[in-house]
Design a binder for this molecule. Sequence first.
Ligand code: ME8
Length: 497
Amino acid sequence: MAGRFYVTTPIYYPNAEPHIGHAYTTVFADSLSRYHRLVGDDTFFLTGTDEHGLKLQRAAEARGVHPKELVDEMAEKYKRYWALMDIRYDRFIRTTDPDHEEVVRHAITEIYRKGLIYKARYSGWYCVSCEKFYSPGEYVEVEGRPYCPIHMKPLEWVEEDTYYFRLSSFEDWLREVLKGDIVYPRSYAVEVLHKIEKEGLRDVSIARPKERVWWGIPVPWDPEFTIYVWFDALLNYLTGIGYLKNPETFSKYWPAAHHVIGKDILWFHTAIWFSMLKALDLDPPRRVIVHAYLINRGLKIGKSAGNVVSIDDLLEAYNGSDGVRYVLMRIFNPAKDVEYTKELFDNIYNTELADTYGNLVRRVGVLARKKLGGTVESDRLDPELEDAARETIKKYREHMDEYEISRALEAVMDLLRRANAYINRERPWEKPDPTLDLYSLLETIRTATVLLSPVVTKATARVAGSFGFTASSIEDAVPEPGRRYQVRDAPILFKKL
Ligand code: ME8
């Protein structure tokens, strides 16, 4: 039964180019989206850039340009990197898009009308890199000064008039929502619940005086204030599927939303976002799918830590998008931080992509051409490989449906390792008629190729083209006798490092 699947990435701050951390999230969301298309779901994939606020205002100031000039240039860079990574989104949203600004003005006005926004004085410690206030207990102290625990930079003291959103009025409702299966893995929901338990749900400041933060959307009823960048940004998930402008598309994909995020922005995507939706009489998303960090030399990879691994370097090192995508998804971990090391990446690329998949494709392709002139047809299929393939499809789907992409890929590698063992054992090159062996191996390759296609986008298309099969639906993965392969070419898919 076909379902609906709406998947989003965070919209990234375009103050700098995307790096391996942004690629980690984006490739994951793209792979999920491609998987859901493969199983026949009506799918929409949204990504984009978060262009307002103090962080961008300062980045532009530092370069001596207007923020719009900076974000225009950087949004193009993002698109270029995502093209290089073969990311296939349905919309690239920018918070400076006119339809988005309209959604934000509409939403904040609605919530204000309901009496859920009020004016008061605010004071607190702020991290501009996070665009977030930190309360005592949340920040760390360095030589007696409050520092951001993520960026390890001094916080700035802010004291000013603001508008608050009455988050506190949603506490009971939010606790109930978080008890369900809305956050994946569940441990992150528990984390949010603990925070609420400890501190209560405090109202959140959602505006900044214009003289301090002018780069953003003015508060409609009081243009002396600019709307807080997070309040603005979260609403992109509604704009992206046509809230206001295209109610039909919107009601098709909401609430089938799956928000993929890093654990750094969990609070915003649960406590704040769910409450905003409730205030707008909208259902919460279907899922918030959280992942841990990529770290390098023990620290979260990021511009501030100065330990960034660039997408250019990765593409260069692993022969383009397929290698990078595969390795990133193979180490993908929702619960635990993963340390980037060149050895780990090289090893996965070499042993799994080059040796286990690439080498099998090459060997079987060469043999099919040499021994059978490229035409392989059989009404029988080795039962061991057939069973293994069916079992693999089942496992793969279970893992993918639970967003466990690394395990799904592991299952495919297991199947391919069996096929490699099979060819070594059966030695089809020595048989006068190796039809049954080669047919069975081609079937296994077809299964693996279809299952790998959401992640390894280009090489799988090449294998399908070279061997003459289609890989556009999960049905194409099912092994069966009676097909006819026309092997035109035995491609070398992955150069070994
Ligand atoms: O937070 N490991 O944007 P951002 C894993 N604009 N993931 C990482 C990572 C790392 N080392 N570094 C970055 C923002 N990420 C807001 C979002 S959404 C309405 C607004 C990924 O540019 C991860 O997904 O700081 C993280 O949540 C996101 O980039 C933060 O991107």
